[in-house]
Design a protein around this ligand. Structure first.
Ligand code: GLN
Length: 197
């Protein structure tokens, strides 16, 4: 059985724990370096990326987590977690930091201030069992990806729609919140990625 951490400094932690446990993983909340060392993979949840960046620094976790990601630990970022994995952030705050784990440009709050949230059924490459009901909450999108980063979903399921899910090897990121709504297939995909790592 794999042990997957959920970064638990801030954001919607409990729903990820439930979805990962349903997918057969043992789950550990990660707030300190010793907990980070005990996990085989990590979920960075949604929340608020500028706050998360600050908390990672003040909990002395930023460098340790960056080092584990560079060493190949599987990681899955949702929403604010996607922003944390980006190499470039647009509409971010000056002092906001990210891991640069995926070569991609991510725009915060990209769907516009008037669209606080929306939902749609998305086709996700590599996901068995049909479209995934995706919930977006003040979500970012990916404006561009570098070589090697695979686009696995676009808003509107249209070839020129904004990129909302990406993957490179054992690193995955989605703009939306797969932990709400009770469909745990994306968590299942991540648990499989960790098990294979
Ligand atoms: N807008 C938030 C941010 O910039 C992300 C929203 C979310 O995670 N639901 O961090």
């Amino acid at each position: 059985m794999v042990t997957i951490g959920v970064l638990a400094l801030q954001g919607d932690v409990a729903e990820h724990v439930r979805a990962l446990e349903n997918s057969g993983a043992r789950v550990l909340l990660v707030r300190r370096q010793s907990e980070l060392e005990a996990v085989d993979g990590l979920v960075i949840p949604g929340g608020e990326s500028t706050t998360m960046s600050n908390l990672l620094l003040s909990f002395d976790l930023f460098d340790a987590l960056g080092a584990r990601i560079r060493a190949g630990m599987p990681v899955y970022g949702t929403c604010a977690g996607m922003i944390m994995l980006a190499s470039t952030i647009l509409d971010g705050r000056e002092d906001q930091r990210s891991f640069g784990a995926l070569d991609m440009v991510v725009r915060r709050n990209a769907f516009g201030r008037q669209v606080d949230s929306y939902e749609e059924d998305l086709d996700v490459t590599g996901l068995q069992g049909g479209p995934f009901h995706a919930v977006f909450i003040r979500a970012p999108w990916v404006e561009s990806v570098g070589e090697g980063v695979e686009v696995i979903a676009r808003a509107g399921n249209s070839a020129d729609g904004p990129i909302v899910a990406v993957r490179r090897g054992r690193i995955m990121a989605t703009s939306f919140h797969p932990e709400v709504g009770g469909d745990d297939r994306i968590h299942g995909l991540f648990v499989d990625m960790v098990a294979r790592a």
